[in-house]
Design a protein around this ligand. Sequence first.
Ligand SMILES: *Cc1c(COP(=O)(O)O)cnc(C)c1O
Length: 388
Amino acid sequence: MSTRPLLNRRLGGLGTTIFAEMSALASATGAINLGQGFPDTDGPEEIREAAVRALREGKGNQYPPGPGVPELRAAIAEHQQRFYDLAFDPDTEVLVTAGATEAIAAAMLALLEPGDEVIAFEPFYDSYTACIAMAGAKRIPLTLRAPSFRPDLDELQAKITPQTRLLLLNTPHNPTGMVLSAEEQDAIAALAIEHDLLVVTDEVYEHLVYEGTHHPIATLPGMRERTVSISSAGKTFSFTGWKVGWVTANGPLVSAVRTAKQYLTYVSSGPFQYAIAEALRLPDSFFDGFRADLQRKRDLLGEGLRAAGFEVYQPQGTYFITTDITPFGEKDASAFCRALPRRCGVVAVPNSVFYDDPDAGRSQVRFTFCKKDDVLREATSRLQRLTS
Ligand SMILES: *Cc1c(COP(=O)(O)O)cnc(C)c1O
C-alpha cells in the first residue's frame, strides 16, 4: 500500500472531536458529564407527543421536501417576525437543515472558494474549523480574551484583507458565553458593508441570553442581503437528537446554501420537522420560563465552581461556563480535563483545543449547566476535593 496518508490534507490534524473523547471518558469512568452540552431532561411533553402524532399520521416518514416541510418553514418565518420583526418568505428565504451543523457546513461549502479567508472568533465552535477546512478556505482567528471575551474591533478591521470573503459570527458565543452588544454588532456590520463581506451568524443560543438582548445582525440596515442566519431547535427546545436546524436569508443566499445542502443530507428529520413547527409557536411563557430556569442553573453551577476554587467567567448567554484553573496552580487545561474524571468524577472540556493561539486558552476549562439541579450540586460537591 502507498504511504500516502488516508485522511486528506484538508482534514489532516482534525482528529476526533473533543466531545466524543470526553464523553467516552465519562462513560468509561462513570463520571458526571458536564463536558458536552446536551440537556439531561427532554423538552416539552406536548412537543414529543407532536412528533409521535406526526409519525403515526404518516407525516414525514418518507423524504420530506428538500427545503423543509411547508409547516415548519412557515413557523420559522413567523418566529423571525415575532421575535425580531424580520420578514422572510417561507418559500424562498427559509431552508431547513440537519441541525445547525449542516447549515454551517452547507454555508461554508457553498459560499467559499479555495483560498478565501474567513474571520471567526476563537475559541471556535469545533465544527467551524472543520467546515472552513473542507471548503479549502483559510480561517483567520479573532481572539476573544478573558476575562470579558469582548472582540477587539480594531483587530477585526486589521485582519480584513482583499482575500476576506466572510465573517463567521456566533452570538451568544459557545464556549465563552459572550453576547455581542448592539454597538459591537453595529461596528461589525459597518465593516462588513465597507468591505463587501458576507456574514454567517450562528445563533443557536438565541433564546438563552441572561444579560443584554439578542439582536440578529440581519436586522441592521444593509445587512439582510449579506447575512445568512443559522439557528436550530436542539438547544432552544432541548431535543438535540432531533437535528432540526434552519437558515434564514435572502433568496439568492438561501438558494446557494441549498445547492450544497442538497448533496449533504438532501433531507432529514421528517416527523420531527412537524413537531418543531409546533414548538416554534409555543407561547412566550415557554421561552421566558426556559431562560429563567437556565439562568438559575447558571448561578447554581457558578457558585459551586467558585466555592471549589475556580476562577469563573460569568457567561451572558448559552449554557456554558468558562473557568480558569490557575488558582489551583494548574496551567494546562487538557491535562487537567483528562485527569479530572479519575480525580473528582467530573468531566469538563478544555477550551484550549478551540484556539489556534495555544497561549490564549491554555488554562481555560468549560462546564455545561444544562443538567438537573441535583446533578449540578453533586458535581460541584465532588469538585470541592480539588482543594481539600
Ligand atoms: C450545539 C451547537 C451547534 C450545533 O447545533 P445542531 O443543531 O445540534 O447541529 C452549532 N453551533 C453552536 C455554537 C452550538 O453550540
